[in-house]
Design a protein around this ligand. Structure first.
Ligand code: GTP
Ligand code: ZN
Length: 314
């Protein structure tokens, strides 16, 4: 039977549309247009691997769409899966590292997040949740002292308290900005998203249906608007435990850690790696003689060795 394919012909001649990627599950994406309408799109070929936060050009194809181009990015963030480092968000304004009194914070995860943000040219913000859980909260707050000392913003939170002043302070810093949220399981990430992004839960279900990932699957990265005017947003990526840093040259690491960077330039050897060389200005700054926290230096050494053991740009 000879049939015309009017839809296809129309599509081929239709101008490309532009939109924002608001959810991604592998190569299945949801793209939102300027009016807020969302279309399920698929990547065409390997060349256009769009991620949440990307602006894309796409072509209608039946009820769905096909991504034709990813517009230039301001920045990208990478996550570390078992072996691979993978870009999973683009064009963000800041990273929020959510920690809690319990489960105990991973200082390594925090340090990696701050390094990744700095490397990407993105601001970072730290919040410590579960202020009501004592004395664990106060102990964790104390452990964050080196981070406050190096100029990081650290906010206290009590997300189960309906009148938590910390939440208002945090909301003020999220307003009008695109924030990628990272936090270990159990710190209160879903509680935070639900308190700040109206209808987040309902959105998650709609997205799962649209992407065909099943009603209860939330393993896709999702963009949640914070306000009806669509100025600010949170990006949540379930199962995201660590930023990927394997693209970094270990020799750049110290410059990305402000408390170590403060002592660069004074080492005896120009190519000092600040691990065991004599005349190292970074190690000379270690407590108790100087201001540098031995824990932070140890984190640096561990990460340096991890990166040095990887093939460059892997
Ligand atoms: N005591 C206390 N519990 C809290 C607070 N905020 C959240 N919780 C509880 O901590 C638990 C984990 O919170 P979730 O929001 O589910 O944490 P999550 O980070 O999304 O965890 P996953 O869903 O496993 O990724 C829940 O039982 C919350 O009710 C808080 O300020 N104080
Ligand atoms: Zn040195």
């Amino acid at each position: 039977m000879r049939r015309q394919h009017p839809a296809r012909t129309d599509a081929a001649s239709a101008p490309l549309r532009e939109g924002l990627v608001v959810a991604a599950y592998g190569r299945h994406l949801l793209v939102e247009d300027a009016a807020g309408a969302r279309t399920r799109c698929h990547a065409r070929g390997k060349r256009h691997e769009a991620v949440v936060g990307d602006r894309v050009r796409w072509q209608p194809s039946g009820d769905d769409g096909v991504i034709e181009a990813v517009l230039p990015r301001r920045n990208v963030l990478r996550r570390q899966d078992e072996l691979r480092t993978k870009v999973f968000a683009a064009n963000v304004d800041q990273v929020l590292v959510l920690l809690a009194a319990e489960p105990a914070m991973s200082e390594e995860q925090l340090a990696r997040a701050l390094i990744a943000a700095r490397d990407a040219g993105v601001e970072a913000l730290v919040a410590l949740n579960k202020r009501d859980v004592q004395p664990a909260f106060d102990e964790a707050w104390q452990r964050l002292e080196p981070y406050r000392a190096m100029g990081e913003t650290v906010l206290p939170l009590a997300l189960l308290d309906p009148a938590d002043p910390g939440l208002e302070a945090l909301a003020a810093r999220l307003r009008g900005r695109v924030t990628l949220v990272m936090g270990a399981s159990g710190v209160g990430k879903s509680t935070l998203v639900n308190r700040l992004a109206p209808g987040a839960q309902a959105q998650t279900q709609t997205i799962s249906r649209a992407l065909g990932t099943g009603r209860h699957t939330t393993t896709h990265t999702t963009w949640y608007w914070l306000d009806a005017a669509r100025h600010g947003a949170l990006i949540d990526s379930p199962g995201f435990h660590a930023f990927g840093l394997h693209h970094l040259d270990p020799r750049r690491l110290a410059a990305l850690m402000p408390d170590l960077a403060a002592h660069l330039g004074g080492c005896r050897f120009l190519d000092c790696t600040h691990r065991q060389e004599p005349g190292c200005a970074v190690r000379a700054a270690l407590q108790p003689h100087g201001p540098l926290s031995p824990r932070r230096w140890q984190l640096y050494v561990n990460l340096y060795e991890e990166l040095a053991a990887r093939p460059a740009h892997g």
